[in-house]
Design a protein around this ligand. Structure first.
Ligand code: DGT
Ligand code: MG
Length: 245
């Protein structure tokens, strides 16, 4: 079908291992449904398990109990590369490799034409900064993305994700300062990118959280509350106390 990107966690547990020993449950009893196209905000204190939960979704780690399905299929039955090709990641430190800007964007879909790369860069609001740089799309980036700012890295990651056209998106919002103009460009690019895709956002900005279809509130590895911003405020629980400081 055309509607894709349903994600269901059913009673998922996970423990990190150290020297072959499990170190206690990092995630416990995690159950939720993300419907196709929804934006899911993950919130909770540092160490709550937000990043770990996302890593289970991409099979970077495997749950010790419970199941995760994508579009009805247990992800253990999906090859990792095939699973990951359904997903795109826009992280705080987005991954760039040594190569041209064009090739870094094209990493989203290796058979894309130059025209498709530039179209994606325009939709991501990255085109204008790229063409202003010496070399433009052919500028070679260092392995550390040298020569471009953190905000510009994110714009490139958004362009790459638009080109990849995944059904599931994972975003880790920046906490560090990005200049206002770049921040607006990032937000616009993300809005375009997130349309019609299931998006998991490790959210730091209040606006993102308020606009999410569903907020998952994690605390010490447990999903203690879930619902919309309004629903959670009405509960007067942990989210309410987070929100009101
Ligand atoms: P953040 O990014 O600081 O807001 O925190 P979260 O919510 O992303 O937390 P997460 O998933 O990184 O960590 C959850 C717990 O798991 C926390 O107690 C630290 C622990 N942990 C994270 N990564 C590892 C790892 O690679 N090995 C071990 N042994 N423990 C880890
Ligand atoms: Mg984290």
């Amino acid at each position: 079908s055309s509607v894709r990107g349903e994600v269901v966690f059913s009673d998922v547990y996970f423990s990190y291992e150290e020297n072959g020993n499990e170190v206690g449950d990092t995630l416990e009893e995690i159950s939720f449904t993300a419907n196709p196209g929804e934006t899911i905000a993950l919130v909770g204190p540092t160490g709550a398990g937000k990043t770990t939960l996302i890593q289970l979704l991409s099979r970077f780690y495997e749950p010790s109990r419970g199941t995760i399905t994508v579009d009805g299929r247990d992800i253990r039955t999906i090859r990792r590369d095939s699973l990951r090709s359904q997903m795109a990641f826009v992280l705080q430190e987005s991954f760039l490799f040594q190569g041209t800007i064009r090739d870094n964007i094209r990493f989203g879909r290796l058979d894309a034409t130059d025209a498709e790369v530039e179209e994606a860069a325009k939709l991501a609001n990255a085109h204008s900064f790229i063409v202003r740089m010496p070399g433009g799309y052919d500028k070679v980036l260092g392995a550390d993305g040298g020569g471009i700012s953190q905000g510009q890295r994110q714009l490139l990651a958004i362009a790459r994700a638009i080109l990849a056209d995944p059904s599931i998106l994972v975003l880790d919002e920046a906490t560090s300062s990005i200049d206002t103009v770049t921040e607006i460009k990032i937000q616009e690019g993300l809005q375009w990118l997130m349309q019609g895709r299931t998006s998991f956002v490790i959210a730091h900005r209040l606006n993102t959280i308020r606009q999410a279809d569903k907020i998952l509130v994690l605390k010490e590895g447990r999903l203690i509350e879930q619902g919309s911003h309004e629903e959670l405020l009405r509960r007067h629980g942990f989210y309410h106390s987070l929100y009101h400081g």
